[in-house]
Design a protein around this ligand. Structure first.
Ligand SMILES: O=C(O)CCC(=O)C(=O)O
Ligand SMILES: [Fe+2]
Length: 330
């Protein structure tokens, strides 16, 4: 098996660097999508190829739905540890619950978080009961479906620019396919303990790129910490290291970023940017942070074959497995 260049790149990104607010994380409205498609496509492409991260608003997922998903998430994480442990992370399948088990190759320390992942074909035995969290399964399956719709709309715009059929990505992220491997991840960064403040190498999430085609990230107003490294900065670090840009946390916007699969698939035209979630500095809020990520990961049997041949073809199943193996403790 060859080592992915994606893994190689990641190993060099762990240093704290500096923060900058020189870069703007653009907000793009998806309102009236059908009629404004060309304009939206131009805005998405420009943002994705410039800073890399962008936010979409007027995306059609109602505040009520987003609140319900976060309420289900909070209720789950509030369960006793021994209950959560009944739904353990399934190795290599992105489903189930884990506690501080993700170690990013960039930093070598465990993310200070717990998470629950939903990947449709791999949920047998992993749903908490209605006694534990009322309506958990229904709420999250509906939310996952709606996230996929928004992700496919954004990917259809990228397909237009890449000269691919408009439904190219939707056909390869097919919930009816047993090989479906898109994932909804509920994340809880616990209230930050005093003894970890100022400990070097401690992150809520260490620097990484995502493995997927497109990530949708839901944040809560004021629960800050997400920082992105735009591609051009990653190429030319200053003397202090890389300059990271904070991504605002609001209730209404969905933060989007391209992942490694789509970078490959686009012959590297669409960059997959490094990002991380910083630990609070002394004096900053140590309150918990909740986020929800939808990872649009092409079905296992989809072949990632870039049109210009810049990378060898690889199935999305093999690609993802290599990345997961490098990230989770055995
Ligand atoms: O929680 C966040 O804000 C980011 C999480 C993230 O980047 C990830 O899980 O890949
Ligand atoms: Fe990420």
């Amino acid at each position: 098996m060859t080592t992915l260049t994606e893994l190689d790149r990641e190993a060099r990104m762990g240093a704290p660097g500096t923060l900058t607010t020189d870069r703007e994380v653009r907000q793009i409205s998806l309102a009236d999508f059908g009629a404004r498609r060309a304009e939206i496509t131009a805005q998405l492409w420009a943002a994705a190829t410039d800073i890399g991260f962008f936010q979409v608003v007027d995306h059609g997922i109602s505040p009520t739905e987003v609140d319900a998903a976060f309420a289900a998430s909070q209720a789950f994480f509030a369960l006793p540890a021994e209950v959560k442990a009944k739904y353990p992370l399934q190795k290599g399948l992105n489903s189930g619950y884990e506690f501080k088990s993700q170690v990013r190759p960039s930093v070598g320390t465990a993310d200070q978080k717990e998470s629950f992942q939903l990947t449709r074909p791999h949920m047998a035995g992993l749903w908490p009961t209605d006694d534990q969290v009322e309506g958990f399964r229904e709420t999250l399956l509906a939310f996952e479906a709606h996230c996929r719709e928004v992700a496919m709309a954004v990917l259809s715009c990228f397909a237009d620019v890449l000269g691919l059929p408009r439904d190219f990505f939707a056909a390869r992220h097919d919930p009816a396919n047993p090989q479906y491997q898109s994932t909804l991840r509920l994340i809880h960064y616990m209230a930050f303990p005093d003894e970890l403040l100022d400990v070097p190498g401690t992150w809520r999430a260490g620097a990484h790129t995502d493995f997927d085609c497109l990530t949708l990230l839901f944040q809560r107003e004021g629960q800050a910490g997400l920082q992105v490294l735009p591609g051009t900065e990653a190429v030319a670090p200053s003397a202090e290291g890389y300059a990271w840009t904070p991504v605002p946390a609001t209730d209404d916007a969905i933060t989007c970023n391209v992942g490694d699969m789509l970078m490959r698939w686009s012959d590297d035209r669409l960059p997959s940017n490094f990002h991380r979630v910083s630990a609070p500095a002394r004096g900053e809020s140590t309150d918990p942070r909740y986020s929800i990520a939808f990872f649009a990961q092409a079905d296992k049997d989809a072949v990632i074959e870039p049109p210009a041949g810049s990378h060898e073809p690889i199935t999305a199943g093999e690609f993802l497995l290599q990345r997961i193996r490098a990230n989770f403790r055995a």
